[in-house]
Design a protein around this ligand. Structure first.
Ligand code: BDR
Ligand code: CA
Length: 309
């Protein structure tokens, strides 16, 4: 299995990323770290522990990371995820403990202890990953690749061109992209293909375990919020596409392109400038995920949920 660390800000769709990693045998989920993003750090950390508790996942350490972006204040995405970042179901008290180490200490220990290089999957603002790469450049060789949910080749979801994870901490995203490690961007252009239709909700509910019942409550809240915020009653399940790619590259097509993150723009701060048509003639530095195999994606989700509690 592919050794993976997920750095997340749960968040409804982050929860499904965690479940996909925990429930698919092709992934070895070494650890989970949290960051302020969809909610404040205390919420995203609690929610990561809740997600693993509900799914019956023991023995995967969860550690808390940065509570705010590198150089900006945090604006939690309450309009999509609710006040506790996981609106909808009643949240059980997590039995999965909080690791005493910081996110960076946990990642350092996991990378040092791993028998082979590890895939980093960030599904929130890139604050923790930027700090890691700045503080520990010696870890580069321990990282196979970074598969990030964030950015967009076109429209945004917090600004005309800015996607939330990129917009929340563009300085961090810029730093991580410029670090030059193998980097895949899973942006809104592909995540808006993972639409949560009624059929998707029904098929997940039909699995009939505790994880699926909790998942259906999450999806119902998330779709209602997307409907209210963006007129999209079939919300997009962004984050688990990253994990699906780590499981099976054929779930998405990618295009190698040059990617820059806008940190200054008057109207475009947090936008990802993806040079899909090679206007700049710059060296490609990212694999940009383009097209999702939608049936395969939802099959992976259902299989993983069925493997959990
Ligand atoms: C991203 O922002 C968050 O709301 C989601 O969890 C996802 O990571 C989508 O823009
Ligand atoms: Ca997220």
């Amino acid at each position: 299995p592919v050794p993976v660390i997920i750095d997340c800000d749960p968040g409804h769709d982050d929860v499904f990323a965690l479940w996909l990693a925990a429930g698919n045998p092709a992934i070895d989920l070494l650890g989970v770290t949290t960051v302020g993003g969809n909610g404040r750090l205390e919420h995203t950390t609690n929610n990561a522990r809740v997600a693993l508790t509900v799914a019956g996942v023991d023995g995967v350490p969860v550690a808390a990371g940065a509570d705010k972006p590198l150089r900006r204040e945090l604006t939690p995405a309450t309009w999509i995820h609710g006040d506790n970042a996981l609106g909808g179901p009643v949240l059980p008290a997590p039995t999965v403990p909080l690791d005493g180490r910081s996110a960076l200490e946990l990642i350092a220990d996991l990378l040092e202890g791993a028998a082979e290089p590890v895939t980093l999957i960030p599904t929130g603002p890139l604050t923790n990953i930027a700090m890691l790469l700045e503080q520990r450049p010696d870890f580069r060789e321990k990282i196979t690749e970074i598969i990030w949910m964030g950015g967009s080749t076109g429209r945004g979801n917090v600004g005309a061109y800015a996607e939330f994870n990129a917009w929340a901490d563009p300085e961090a995203a810029d730093l991580v992209v410029k670090a030059g490690l193998p980097f895949t961007m899973v942006g809104l252009n592909i995540s808006h293909q993972a639409l949560i239709t009624e059929e998707v909700i029904r098929s997940i509910g039909a699995i009939g375990n505790e994880t699926s019942a909790f998942g259906v409550e999450l999806l119902r809240f998330f779709c209602a919020a997307y409907d209210a915020a963006e007129g999209m009653p079939e919300g997009p399940l962004h984050d688990p596409i990253t994990v699906a790619i780590a499981i099976d590259r054929s779930v998405a097509t990618v295009q190698r392109s040059h990617l820059d993150v806008e940190t200054k723009g008057e109207f475009t701060s947090g936008a990802t400038a993806v040079d899909l048509h090679d206007m700049l003639g710059k060296e490609p530095n990212a694999d940009i995920a383009i097209t999702l195999d939608v049936p395969k994606f939802w099959l992976l989700i259902r299989e993983a949920v069925a493997n959990l509690k």
